[in-house]
Design a protein around this ligand. Structure first.
Ligand code: GLN
Length: 196
């Protein structure tokens, strides 16, 4: 089993090591691979789209011919987790800034995001989050994080920060405003691997 980390820009090494840690904790055999080519994407049993800068990642996804294969993987039921910029890209709808920067969203999750909702006031902060299905709080690290303004259709909220949605799930897809790969806590990656 291969777990693919889309490795174009952003928090790639952190996701690679946290995914390896989660595989170990679950006692699962698997290989974590860096995805830069369509072939690596199609041989992955699950995919992570890291945070970084959403406009840049969107352009690189097109350039590396990973954009359409990602949408296809989502349709086929492959688990995909998008964190921060990755979460922005998974949304069906963005805010004015997404429109202004002509950022092409993958439009695979029934949600609307506000791209820099947490960023303008405070560049970065940490908050203990209650996550549905977890029996203790999770340290959420927000770095110029987006906010999930609205979920609809099959998309459900899993966590809130000050009454705002920061984590959502739609069948095989998981979107997070924060960075679980930086928290030292592998529970979200474990939850994701259990979706395979
Ligand atoms: N808000 C950033 C963007 O628009 C994402 C920040 C992050 O991924 N840490 O791309």
């Amino acid at each position: 089993m291969k777990i693919g980390i889309i490795s174009l820009q952003g928090a790639v090494p952190e996701h690679i090591s946290m995914t390896s840690q989660a595989l170990n904790s679950l006692g699962l055999k698997g290989e974590v691979i860096a995805v830069r080519h369509p072939k690596e994407l199609t041989e992955s049993s699950a995919l992570i789209l890291p945070g970084g800068e959403s406009t840049t990642i969107s352009k690189l996804l097109k350039r590396f011919e990973l954009y359409d294969p990602l949408i296809k993987a989502a349709d086929e039921g492959i688990p995909i987790m998008g964190t921060c910029a990755g979460c922005i890209l998974m949304a069906k709808e963005g805010d004015d800034e997404v429109a202004k920067t002509k950022t092409e969203l993958l439009k695979i999750m029934d949600m609307k995001v506000n791209r820099n909702a947490f960023g303008r006031q405070r560049e970065s902060f940490e908050a203990e989050l209650d996550i549905q299905g977890f029996n203790s709080s999770f340290p959420g690290i927000f770095i110029r994080g987006p906010l999930i303004e609205e979920v609809y259709g099959k998309c459900k909220a899993l966590s809130y920060y000050e009454n705002k949605i920061v984590m959502a799930k739609q069948d095989n897809l998981l979107g997070l405003s924060f960075h679980p790969e930086l928290s030292g806590d592998s529970r979200i990656h474990e939850m994701f691997l259990k979706m395979i």
